[in-house]
Design a protein around this ligand. Structure first.
Ligand code: F0G
Length: 463
């Protein structure tokens, strides 16, 4: 059979010039940033793989949508267009716009969680868990064990372990479990999907115990693509149809539209229940803005509606995930330890196998991200012991099983040649890995410490 590539279903109309830096400049920049890639200035970065959040390139139709912004304080026509688009693609009856995902998480957590509740989830996400804790709840990880093993090749590592769900309900009682937080393409597990079959099992379990399923829809279109590619019976369904099938099995969602939906800012909470909706629009005016804009400009809502329509196109997902896997295959070929199977939004370096000589409390993933930046100006993100934070009960580092560096690919931004450069740099660092030492944390913020923590090399240089 003739090979057919995943090439992009668009061409480039405008480009952004990048600054090239020297190694000496990068060494100074990372020391200045306390060895934390979040604290680098973006102009000192060549290829920015910090995150796929808010970093997508918008299409010409999205830029045109900005000009259709109706910046009325109340009842903007862009709100109604967004509402109609979310209803069509995600299927929920009620839409509450929010400035981004964590705004929606705050509102949902405050409405659904009472002090002493337990919130199961298919692995934690940093902001999601924090809002659950701030609302008085305790997060309980119910993802399948395979998700915590970076080498395990299970095709649906985002699945919920139904035995763990049942054990939780047995232990604390169903009335202490208001909902399960179900994330599409689980970010912290490496961008791993759940299967439709698993969702069906979860649905019947939750019906029995009267537990809601609230979706973290942030990367659920990408999850739908994996279902189409991997799950029996879905090869002939469109990504758009599969997304609806997922959402129709859940009661509502929080959404960071900065990922799947191809916009630079925005998010929403959506649900089917009128009572929950009434509470949400009451809280949204306290924290975000009036319920017909929720922290977004009218133009942003219009660009988001267009972004949602583009995100469900099969050929978009094929190229988007095709590019991520192109990078993954280059690294696999050279034996670089990465999370398997390859995820949707990023390639994750397995820092435990990459730097086995660095103890986890010397933050190997943080050190690896800093080394990669110094080598080539590529910015990545730690997703390990720093991100996991401390256990609120013991005060100790959580030392998660997964100690990862995320090379996150923005949507429609970089070229295949950029991916080649990234792979070359990672491979070179892998060859020199024995020279990389750990880091000590010298400043630790109270919440979400990974964003602003500062580090120094263990040998004392750089303090
Ligand atoms: N849920 C998931 C699964 C996320 O990945 C994020 C953000 C959020 C919720 C919060 O959304 O940033 O719009 O407030 N993830 C970004 C990342 C920050 O880099 O993975 P937000």
């Amino acid at each position: 059979m003739v090979k057919r590539s995943w090439a992009e279903p668009y061409k480039i109309k405008s480009v952004e010039l990048l600054k090239m830096t020297t190694k000496a400049e990068r060494e100074a920049a990372i020391a200045e940033a306390g060895y934390n890639t979040f604290l680098l200035r973006s102009e000192d970065v060549y290829i920015d793989l910090l995150t796929d959040s808010g970093t997508s390139a918008m299409s010409d139709l999205q830029w045109a949508a900005l000009m259709r912004g109706d910046e009325a304080y109340a009842g903007s026509r862009n709100f109604y267009e967004l509402e109609r688009t979310v209803q069509e693609h995600y299927g929920y009856r009620y839409l509450v716009p929010c400035h981004q995902g964590r705004g929606a998480e705050n509102i949902m957590s405050q409405i659904l969680i009472k002090k002493g509740d337990y919130i199961p989830g298919n692995m934690y996400f940093t902001t999601t868990r924090l809002h659950q804790e701030l609302a008085g709840g305790e997060f309980v990880d119910v993802i399948i064990d395979e998700a915590h093993d970076p080498a395990n090749e299970h095709p649906f590592k985002g699945n919920v372990d139904m035995a763990k769900m049942a054990a939780l309900v047995d232990r604390v009682g169903a009335d202490k479990v208001p909902y399960i937080s179900l994330e599409g393409n689980v970010n912290m597990a490496g961008g791993q999907p759940f299967s439709m079959e698993n969702l069906r099992q979860l649905r019947s379990f939750c019906d029995k115990y009267n537990i809601l399923i609230m979706l973290d829809a942030t990367r659920t279109v990408e999850n739908a693509f994996f279902i189409q590619q991997r799950e029996a019976g879905y090869a002939n369904k469109t990504v758009k149809q599969i997304l609806r099938e997922i959402c129709d099995m859940t009661e509502g969602c929080t959404m960071s539209a900065k990922k799947d939906s191809l916009v630079n800012i925005g998010g929403f909470f959506a649900c089917n229940d009128e009572t929950i909706y009434r509470k949400a629009i009451n809280l949204v005016v306290v924290y975000e803005g009036l319920h017909t804009y929720g922290g977004m400009a009218g133009r942003d809502m219009e660009a988001l509606a267009q972004g949602i329509r583009e995100s469900v196109m099969d050929e978009h997902q094929k190229a988007r995930i095709g590019q991520v896997h192109y990078l993954g295959h280059l690294l696999e070929k050279e034996g670089v330890p990465i999370v398997q199977p390859l995820g949707s939004h990023a390639i994750f370096l397995d820092a435990k196998r990459f730097l086995p000589h660095v103890d986890q409390d010397l933050y190997p993933a943080q050190a690896l991200a800093a080394a990669l930046y110094v080598d080539s100006g590529i910015r990545s993100m730690e997703r390990g012991n720093v991100s996991a934070g401390r256990d609120p009960k013991t005060g100790q580092n959580r030392r998660p099983k997964l100690e990862l560096v995320r090379l996150t690919i923005p949507r429609r931004v970089y070229t295949q040649a950029h991916m080649d450069v990234v792979a070359e740099s990672v491979i070179e660092i892998y060859e020199k890995r024995n020279q990389i030492k750990g880091l000590r944390m010298i400043y630790e913020p109270e919440y979400l410490r990974f964003f602003q923590a500062r580090f120094a090399p263990v040998d004392g240089v750089g303090e």
